[in-house]
Design a protein around this ligand. Structure first.
Ligand code: HEC
Length: 212
């Protein structure tokens, strides 16, 4: 075994390791430099990656997606134009799938912390059951979201959102009624009448919105 400690510049003689597995011997061939560099780089990258994506420091692809859908929802809401916040509109707006996505994104981003991701309630009341504290009609939902409930922890969203965005939210919330969330808070307030049966009003663009 000559030349076991070659100088870096000298061509390296193959070095046989002392291990012997049933007659199978192996050479001490180091991995190429490019290979070990990539290996160490992946280990180095894992640290920041873990902090950024797993410990909630950065935003995940999913968060980015939801934020973009939310922005899209805002654009759609703006296109609703001068729309009435009446019962037929509130009850039927989210039957249009893209408006439903916009409403869902707004809800997830702003309301889920208190009302639960599916509206089942956390610190805020359950929005999926038939019992409400401040609501008797779909218009009340629009009003409560706009004005909040002073002193009761429900913020005044009319300050932050356009009328059309609140309308998307009201429509989304009105249609949460009767859904079955994974976790539901106990009923608060009193049980109210079912929503009235309505026809979707024609959309401002003139094209008829889908009806039930
Ligand atoms: C900081 C917590 C918090 C956030 C965020 C929040 N809410 Fe609320 N919300 C509440 C609380 C608490 C109540 C109950 C108020 C009361 O006791 O009268 C409430 C009540 C409501 C009600 C009336 C329910 C009822 O039974 O009368 C609606 C509708 C509602 N919220 C919708 C929303 C929407 C839509 C959003 C997001 C834009 C939102 N909330 C965000 C805390 C919150």
């Amino acid at each position: 075994m000559a030349n076991q400690t070659p100088t870096p510049t000298a061509p390296r003689e193959p070095v046989l390791l002392s291990s012997n597995y049933d007659g199978i011997r192996e050479y001490d061939n180091p991995m190429p430099f490019w290979w070990t560099s990539i290996f160490w780089l992946t280990i180095l990258a894992a640290g920041p990656y873990f902090f950024f994506y797993h410990l909630g420091v950065g935003s995940s692809l999913n968060d980015n997606y939801e934020a973009e859908v939310g922005e899209y929802g805002a654009i759609l809401a703006a296109q609703l134009g001068d729309v009435e916040a009446d019962t037929p509109t509130i009850l039927t707006l989210v039957e249009r799938p893209e408006l439903r996505m916009g409403g869902a994104a707004l809800f997830k981003g702003n309301c889920a912390t208190c009302h639960g991701p599916e509206g089942g309630g956390l610190t805020g009341p359950n929005l999926t059951d038939d019992a409400y504290i401040n609501v008797k009609t779909p218009e009340d939902i629009f009003r409560v979201i706009t004005n909040g409930v002073p002193g009761k922890g429900m913020p005044e969203w009319g300050k932050r959102f356009s009328k059309q965005q609140v309308l998307l939210l009201a429509s989304y919330v009105a249609n949460l009624r009767g859904t079955k969330p994974g976790s539901a808070k106990e009923a608060q307030g009193s049980v109210i009448e079912p929503w009235p049966k309505v026809e979707a009003p024609a959309t401002p663009s003139g094209s008829a919105a889908p009806t039930k």
